[in-house]
Design a protein around this ligand. Structure first.
Ligand SMILES: Cc1cc2nc3c(=O)[nH]c(=O)nc-3n(C[C@H](O)[C@H](O)[C@H](O)COP(=O)(O)O)c2cc1C
Length: 368
């Protein structure tokens, strides 16, 4: 039996297998209020497996951190109560669930932030899309954070971590990937600051480390994961030396004794080379630097996931789109059953369709 189906200890958490549900933004919280909905309770419970880890979707730690209408929040008591129902339903099935803490930074629109300009390390115009009440629209121009404001955002992450604990989560993941605020600080295409948060790789990594310090002060390192996306370009991201940057970030994260480092692999674009002709930064490189467990994500299938954990480059594999379309994904992978295809059109927002109505394999078998 492949290692993929074998138990593993990550930080304080014992898992029965290494198949992880990747965080997936689905924009189905109750509006207004960003409170986790009954539909979400059902969705997460459907995908829970005994001793399996689910990372709940990216969840803003403040109003200013919102970037997508319909994403649930973790900045008030009603949201905590909503999340508690999700967590209880997952626990009832023996599952383990972490919450992904999020601040979108410049990837936002004034209709989502309470009228304020989206915040960024530097006010660089980008032409990306965010989801608002008028559908997908261009991001609003951002404003560069004052140095003193950065501490306020670190504190918002700490408060989010406290609220996640109050909701009963088993741990939290810090969203440092996909072109959102932490990633915007890390990469030099989006960070042109001249204070201690910009310039050198050490300075650009500071915000990530301060957030991690704040969140681990609440949870302890052994119930905190960090997600990085060294090769992603979503959100107009770029860096002049990603190997050095992400190598440094991974090495610095060692000091927190984290439950895991979660890396989005460049696989989603095949083996595309970077502009400088080098292969993008991947798990096998950071494996040599980071001392704890590694979760790899991005374009995995059953065979490649099994090969990944066998190779030792990662300890666990997270699946995104396959989990969206296959509530019983763990069982299907174990038994090598056919996977249902996902429907992109129902990823973001809407009702139960394309969300909680994907059948389990055994239901399909009965129909046939
Ligand atoms: C609909 C959708 C929503 C996503 N939302 C998030 C998110 O909230 N946080 C995050 O870190 N990544 C998010 N991602 C990225 C996934 O976690 C994952 O890295 C990506 O889908 C690649 O894995 P896959 O090939 O198994 O789908 C999202 C991806 C999709 C398709």
């Amino acid at each position: 039996m492949s290692k993929l189906y074998q138990p593993i200890q990550i930080g304080a958490v014992r898992l029965d297998h290494r198949i992880v549900q990747a965080p997936l933004t689905r924009l189905r919280s109750e509006q207004p209020g960003d409170v986790p909905s009954a539909m979400m309770v059902k969705y997460y419970a459907q995908r829970a497996s005994k001793g399996g880890l689910q990372i709940a979707e990216a969840t803003p730690v403040s109003v200013q951190g919102r970037g997508y209408l319909g994403a649930p929040g973790i900045y008030n008591d009603a949201q905590v109560e909503g999340w508690r129902k999700v967590v209880d339903a997952v626990h009832a099935k023996g599952g383990i669930i972490f919450l992904q803490l999020w601040h979108v930074g410049r990837q936002s629109h004034v209709s989502l932030t309470g009228g304020a300009a989206p915040l960024a390390p530097s006010a660089i115009p980008v032409q990306d899309l965010v989801y608002t009440r008028d559908g997908w629209v261009k991001t609003s121009p951002s404003r560069a954070l004052e140095t003193v404001e950065i501490k306020e955002i670190v504190e918002q992450f700490r408060q989010g971590a406290i609220r996640a604990k109050a909701a009963g989560f088993d741990g939290v993941e810090i969203h440092g990937a996909n072109g959102y605020l932490i990633d915007q600080f890390l990469q030099d295409g989006s960070n042109k600051r001249t204070d201690i948060y910009g310039g050198s790789i050490e300075n650009r990594t500071l915000f990530l480390l301060e957030v991690t310090e704040a969140v681990t002060s609440v949870w302890g390192g052994e119930r905190v994961g960090v997600r990085l996306g060294p090769s992603g370009t979503f959100g107009s991201m770029s860096d002049s030396n990603p190997d050095a940057l992400f190598g440094h970030a991974a090495a610095q994260l060692n000091r927190f004794g984290l439950a895991y480092l979660h890396l989005i692999e460049p696989r989603i674009d095949g083996s595309k080379l970077r502009a400088d002709g080098l292969p993008p930064v991947a798990a096998h490189q950071l494996r040599r630097v980071f001392k704890g467990p590694i979760i790899a994500a991005g374009g995995f299938e059953r065979d490649s996931a099994e090969a990944m954990v066998e190779s030792g480059d990662a300890d666990l594999v997270a699946f995104g789109r396959h989990f969206a379309a296959n509530p019983d994904l763990v069982e299907r992978l174990r038994r090598n059953l056919t996977l249902s295809p996902h429907d992109r059109d129902t990823f973001y927002g809407g009702d139960e369709r394309g969300y909680t109505d994907y059948p389990c394999h055994d239901d399909l078998a009965e129909v046939a």
